[in-house]
Design a protein around this ligand. Sequence first.
Ligand SMILES: N#Cc1ccccc1Cn1ccc2ccc(-c3cc(N)[nH]n3)cc21
Length: 239
Amino acid sequence: MRLDYLSIFPGYFDVLGISLLGKAAVNGLVDVYAHDLRDWTHDRHRTVDDTPCGGGAGMVMKPDPWGEAFDEIIGTEPDPSVHVVFPSPSGEPFTQSVAHDLSSVERIVFCCGRYEGIDHRVIDYARSMWTVHEVSLGDYVLNGGEVAALAITEAVVRLVPGFMGNPQSLAEESFSAGQDGLLEYPLFTRPVSWRGLDVPEVLMSGHHGRIAKWRRDESIRLTRERRPDLTDSDVSARH
Ligand SMILES: N#Cc1ccccc1Cn1ccc2ccc(-c3cc(N)[nH]n3)cc21
């Protein structure tokens, strides 16, 4: 998998050389390339923004540098196998399902906007050429797309076959298909007693059926308490 990042702050992506992602890069599972959008400007100030047409606060990112960067980094021919991700507060929700879909593609280009956003024609042009995902991390506003791109990267790459040492751990996480859309149950390890707090006895019983039931019940309880939006009537009935 090749990952490209287009940003006026490419240094954000130096962190991708650390930890598991660094190991994946070493193992050849992912190739990471960060690009400075200003390299595709031609004025002395390396200008990437301008005032919004129609007025309004803030600045908008000019389309020209993006187009020239696309030509050089991706190419000038349409290719739906290239997935272009625009983090945006007005995007579709980024979910585990989207992460799973992206984990099987060969190439992802992250377009990290700043200011008030990117000239919309850039997104329209990208849609005419590649497979575009305009995605939001959640209902809050960041200062740009870089942090969102890093979060999306981690969610996607950890699902790439061969990346995680123990793929079984993926199957038991919150939001994974195997969890029936429920939140993950509480986790414990040794010591059994810690500052007056004990591991639930059932988990030390060695009775796998009771442990499985306790974990399911806890997942249902937590999901109903914290994320009623994840429990539809059918799921509630089953639980
Ligand atoms: N756009 C915009 C915008 C609009 C108003 C105020 C500030 C910004 C900053 N910004 C510029 C690029 C960009 C990219 C992604 C996010 C983003 C994603 C999530 N889920 N929250 N915020 C924000 C981004």
